[in-house]
Design a protein around this ligand. Sequence first.
Ligand SMILES: Cc1cc2nc3c(=O)[nH]c(=O)nc-3n(C[C@H](O)[C@H](O)[C@H](O)COP(=O)(O)OP(=O)(O)OC[C@H]3O[C@@H](n4cnc5c(N)ncnc54)[C@H](O)[C@@H]3O)c2cc1C
Ligand SMILES: Cc1cc2nc3c(=O)[nH]c(=O)nc-3n(C[C@H](O)[C@H](O)[C@H](O)COP(=O)(O)O)c2cc1C
Length: 771
Amino acid sequence: MRIVCVGGGPGGLYFALLMKKADPRHQITVIERNRSDDTFGFGVVFSDATMAAVAGADSDTYGEIAHHLVHWDDIEVNYRGERIVSSGHGFSGMSRHTLLRVLQEQACGAGVEVRFEREVTSLDVCAAADVVVASDGANSAMRRLLEGRIRTTMDVRANRFVWLGTTKPFPAFTFYFKQTEHGLWRVHAYQYEPGRSTFIVECREETWKAAGMDHGSEQETAAFLEHLFAEELDGHPLSVNRSIWRQFPTIRTEPWWTGNVVLLGDAAHTAHFSVGSGTRMAMEDAVALRDALVEHVSPASPSPAPDAIASALRTYELRRRPPVESLQRAAQASLHWFEDTERYMSLDPLQFTFTLLTRSLRITHEDLRVRDPRFLARVDEWVAREAERQVGVPNARTLRVTPPPMFTPFRLRDLVLTNRVVVSPMCQYVAEDGTVGEWHLVHLGSRAMGGAGLVMAEMTDVSREARISPWCAGLYQPEHAARWKQIVDFVHRETPAAIGVQLGHAGRKGATQRLWEGDNEPLPHGGWPLMSASPIPYFPDRSPVPREMTEADMSCVVADFARASELARDAGFDLLEIHMAHGYLLASFISPLTNTRTDEYGGALANRMRFPLMVFDACREVWPDGRPMSARISAVDWMPGGMEPEDAVEVARLLEAHGCDIVDVSAGQTVPDQRPAYGRLFQTPFADRIRHEVGIATMALGNISSYMDVNTIIAAGRADLCVLARAHLFDPYWTRHAAWMLGYPLPWPDPYKSVERYTPRFEFRFSGDKS
Ligand SMILES: Cc1cc2nc3c(=O)[nH]c(=O)nc-3n(C[C@H](O)[C@H](O)[C@H](O)COP(=O)(O)OP(=O)(O)OC[C@H]3O[C@@H](n4cnc5c(N)ncnc54)[C@H](O)[C@@H]3O)c2cc1C
Ligand SMILES: Cc1cc2nc3c(=O)[nH]c(=O)nc-3n(C[C@H](O)[C@H](O)[C@H](O)COP(=O)(O)O)c2cc1C
């Protein structure tokens, strides 16, 4: 096969040498525009796992690389005068220059032709090759030449960073956070060979400008930063190597191949330097591309069929895209953390370090237990003590062990929850004219027995017309309250759980079928007139057009919410939540996508919040002072022109000013054509932002399903409570099972005491594709 690699960075060189070693008959040329010893930057960092993968792919190259690695286990965080060290992280550093030299030597030794100082500027290179590998980095010329056939999105981030070197031998991966009159500076530093370290400085644009760095030369930048970090550098100088201030571009491309050209490494995708994975991804791409070509293209054929090449390139993309995208998601979470570090500057140093370590979601509380049990014990003890302080009862622990974060208590007014797990409100669609029955008793009762600290009853409607469907629960008749009371009494009598109710009005999403019959699909018959902020139907083609609410309608709805709150109070619920999310009536006022009013209930956010706050005030008025209230909001509409996270911060601020105790932070479901960015914990960043920027307690929800994530969220202070919906449908005893897995002795109810001497044998066998 004739192969040309455009670009002799780690990706192109590594692929070339792996492919040549796979079959020396291949003719492989690497074209590199720079000289052989030119290289930008200083060091690269690899995790132990990456090194194991390199060892598996080619032991000779690994042997040469391993020779030059500087290994460290510690991450050191310097923050507000304190130095916190966490161990067990297993990384290696290496000079980028040395890495390239080793790869060049290995490639040339294997018979690869490397042509330096040649720049590829056209696609002519493709004509004489069976496969062309575009490994020409983030600013790939090949990608540009293929525009139209390959779609590229480039998300250029706001923060500025500069890559410098120093002779200070950092013994750990070291972070500095330094506040000056210009703003906050972050440093990522690590040693890549004895006596040589990478020193990356990052800051917000306003800090960069305030310090005059926007017109500083390379030398001026180094001099300024050397002075700023004189203490941290211990007299060591900073050195430059094309050290210009940059903004990180997150690059995504689709597809990764066209014709006989395939993208590899930074040309195809980038991941923020704070997860230290760019070189690793390029090298893993190289291994995957080699494997796919070896698998699909017959070694005997000197000139393989285009079909075989296409199959190989398709396989490469199919295999590599999922892990690359997963890493890009982690990198995105990490870069957000570094863009928003100012938000966390008041945290306790221990918690700050914990948030830093867990920022990309890849490392959880549980991973840190394995990596550094002593550090984790300190974090858990700190969280437990903070919880006792918040609850107001020091040394209140009933058990003589430090509870994992999820098993710490939490106070909201007079209500003290025994742990941080919440069963999310979930409509059951089995009520009769608003009256709940045995299903609800068993559904909520079993989840309360399952150990959650708070069980939320489903969206319960404040009038007959407020229902989503004819089978929704209500609180608009005294008998509704009486039936709810039986459930509330059971939960209070038999379990330590608290129970809350979510009051709502469906608005334009009313008169629909049950979830399992057709989500948000209008009833074929038997519907009722709908109302909303504006006369915009949910599904433009088939939902009824709601009438625009008048002030008289608003007064009626306010009265309905107040009456329902009184009924909820009489039923004995511990917490009252007002549903202001998911496009229902109150949400329809908040989102600009569904509120096009021109009166004082439309327009600016403060106006759009007017009616939801009138409802909230009316409920707060009748709801007992000692009992807390929450509001569920959609922090983002996942739609251009809709609610954005910064709007949600303002919504939360207004709610807090009106006596809301905790915000239940959901997202979306406002419009049917929303484009959510789903993923694990995908809504948690909104709860985190509101909690820190407003200073109000938050509940995180959305794709939280493991106890590791709950512990991580609580310990990092991303939210105060974690709300799980489908995980609780799957397993009503979710909290008990988490306690068992964590070795936390959560007491069982008396009739079940025998379980304390029983060892369950979990046999989770996964069969079938559940993707
Ligand atoms: C500040 C910073 C810190 C980083 N830290 C780390 C880290 O710690 N660990 C890590 O793994 N990664 C790190 N990276 C990322 C890492 O440098 C890249 O992800 C990695 O080098 C990608 O390898 P590559 O082979 O795809 O591209 P590159 O290394 O960019 O190589 C591309 C090559 O193609 C050549 N080229 C470009 N255009 C042409 C052309 N038209 N014709 C011929 N040749 C061409 C270039 O000269 C270059 O040599 C960091 C990046 C930055 C910016
Ligand atoms: C069956 C079902 C019913 C739901 N009913 C409600 C509801 O009554 N009120 C509400 O705010 N959200 C409702 N939701 C949304 C959940 O509360 C939760 O926000 C969503 O499922 C995401 O959480 P998860 O990823 O833990 O499932 C419902 C979800 C499900 C699966």
